[in-house]
Structures are given as C-alpha cells and as structure tokens.
Design a protein around this ligand. Sequence first.
Ligand SMILES: Cc1cc2nc3c(=O)[nH]c(=O)nc-3n(C[C@H](O)[C@H](O)[C@H](O)COP(=O)(O)OP(=O)(O)OC[C@H]3O[C@@H](n4cnc5c(N)ncnc54)[C@H](O)[C@@H]3O)c2cc1C
Length: 364
Amino acid sequence: MVTSVLAGALEKGLVENVVVLKKSNQYEAVPVLTSDVNDVYASVGSMHMLISNPTKYLRQFQNDTTIALAAKPCDVRGIREQQKRNVIDGDKIFTIGLNCGGTMMPYKIRKVTEEVYGVNPDEVRAEEIEKGKLILETADGEHHSQSIDELEEEDNGRRENCRYCVVKIATNADLACGNWGVMPDYLGKGTFVEVMTEKGAEFLRNAVAGGYAEVKEASEPAAEARGKVNGIMLKMSAKTKEDIFVPLKSQTLQEFKKELENCISCGACKAVCPPCACGPEAKCTVFNDPVDNYDISLFHMIRFLHLMDSCVGCGQCSDVCPADIPLARLYRKFADPMQDELNFITGMDDRTPPFFDVKLEEVQ
Ligand SMILES: Cc1cc2nc3c(=O)[nH]c(=O)nc-3n(C[C@H](O)[C@H](O)[C@H](O)COP(=O)(O)OP(=O)(O)OC[C@H]3O[C@@H](n4cnc5c(N)ncnc54)[C@H](O)[C@@H]3O)c2cc1C
C-alpha cells in the first residue's frame, strides 16, 4: 500500500520527488531522493534493522521541491519539529507513517545473526517480524527465527528507546499505515490505513483513482484489534519506561555530570538529532566555553533544555556517541515529565492527533 501510494503520487504529479531507501543489504540502506518510480518500487518492504534519519536528510533540499516519503513515528515527529522551526516547509512534504514496534541496531543484529542464528549475515536475503519472532530468510530459501523477547533478554533485540517509545502508530503523519488490525483474510495482502489529514485523503484518493491501490472499509473488529495491539504495546513500553527511569529518579546532579565526563566534544549527538535546527552561530555548538558554569558544558545544558519539549525519542544520540554516554536516557529524564504533562508526544502543534474523518466513498 505504502509503495503504491508513493508511486501514484510521483507518477500523477502530486509530488516531484520521493525519498526512498536504497539498500546495500538487509542491514544497510541510505535515504535517496528520486523522481524515478522504479526506485520507489525497489524500496518496498520493511527494514526493521535500519535507522535512516530522513529528517536530517530532508533539510538539505531547502524546500526546493515537493517530496513524499514513508517514515516511522519518530521520523515524522522530527519532521514536525523542523517544520515548527521553519526549516522544513510542511506544505511541500507528504508523510506516510509506518506502524513501528521498534528498530534494531544493524551492527548488533549482524553479530546476532552470526552468533545466535548461526547464519552468515551476507547470506540473509529478507527479514520479517511475525508473531513476536524475527525471521531471517537466507539465499537458499530457509527461514531462521528467534523470539524477540528472548533476544531482548540478552539485550539483542530492539534498541532501548524503542522499547519504551510511546508512539507506535504514526498518527502525526498524513496517512498512518500498518499491519495492526489487518484481518486474517488480508494478512500479507493488505495494510491498515488511517487518513489523518486532508492531504492524506488526497494522496489516497489519487492512488485509488489511478488504479495503484484498492480500499475497503475496515470492519469494527479490525479497528478494535488495531487499538488493542497498540494498547498492549504501549503497556509494555510503560513497563520498560518504569524499569529504566524510576531508579534514575534518585540520580543526583553530580551523577549526571559524571555521565557526561567522558564527552569528547565531537557534536555527533547534535548532528544526528532530528529536531535540532540550531545554526553554527548557536551557543550549543560550543563545548567547554570559558564562561561555562556548573562544570557542565553549556552545550549539554542547552541541549537538555532544548530537547525538553522536542526530543522525539529516536535514540540516535546514544547510537552515535563514541563515548557510549547514554544520552537518550539523560534527555528523556528531562523531556518525559514535560512531554507527558503537556501530552506533547506526537509532536503535533495542537498536541492532539487531528483525526480527519474520511468516509470510504470519498476516496473511491
Ligand atoms: C522499523 C519498522 C518497524 C515496524 N514495526 C511494525 C510493528 O510493530 N507492527 C506493524 O504492524 N508493522 C510494523 N512495521 C511494518 C509497517 O507497519 C509497514 O511498513 C506498513 O504496514 C506498511 O506496509 P506496506 O506493505 O503497505 O508497506 P510497503 O509498501 O512495503 O512500504 C514500506 C515503506 O517503508 C519504507 N521503510 C522500510 N524500512 C524502513 C525504515 N526502517 N525506516 C523508514 N522507512 C522504511 C520502505 O522503503 C517503503 O517505502 C514496521 C516497519 C518498520 C520499518
């Protein structure tokens, strides 16, 4: 469905370009801007072991073109934050949100493939998540599966921030697509689609009118099933969040400072940070300024404050930190109380998802 909507949007001129993922293998891909529909079709499928950071990628086009893309909820949150800061023009971007239960760290899963699955990662041709299992398909057609829960017991499953993420359905995108709620008859053939904005309705209408996709009204049990799975996932996230953050509540500022002692001032956390829009003149680019107070670099102080409202919980700061500082935890320690209290989680300006009540007849 997602691929069809993107292809239809490109071919019918709703957008000039699409951002697709160009795969090197099952573990690696990079975002690429294209106007070639073949690239769109080639990027079909879910890569659960990839963190692609489309927000930072989009910034370079300086709003010179109209772009459609598929994006995880945290990616859409990043785009929204850039939009709020007038860096990305929301009118020129169309987002199809993907249901996301979480991503896995590519280098870690390569290792797990070898050591836990007993499979050469270069032989993996496809991957899928089904009934709580990560299934790897090798070139010989064999399927190799492991329970995600068991992988996570050894810290080999989803990344930590995904395990406590509270936005699993991208209701902040123009269309929110996913597998949850797809009834057995349509499994593997259909995608559950929620139309979130007028733009989303337009793109879906375009795909249906152009023969790219067919739509059928979701039954009540299907919608209920979607809500139920989401509810279960959110409960699991809440439990993980409690396990991680309740013990941190007693963390003193001295301990906080200690975590930052190993910072080598490389700025990688800021470079990957989706909501960060500060230019080179900003104070948060300066480490260890002579006027720094409190023994914590102004860089860190500013980032803690900047991210209170806007941290999207993507965890990429921790992923890239060469000193292994658990930055995402530190940022979330400040961001969680504020975002929870203000119900700021999806990054929408009005702080509640603007559900666009579209009737089936309107897109057929
Ligand atoms: C990281 C991840 C976790 C997911 N977790 C869940 C889940 O818990 N529950 C569930 O129901 N579904 C999950 N999905 C599947 C997702 O819901 C499907 O992509 C969605 O149902 C659309 O299906 P489709 O067949 O219409 O998509 P397709 O037509 O196959 O299009 C999928 C699009 O997503 C893009 N894409 C693939 N991987 C990534 C990535 N890592 N980052 C950004 N874009 C990507 C592709 O390039 C393609 O454009 C997950 C997908 C991803 C990428």
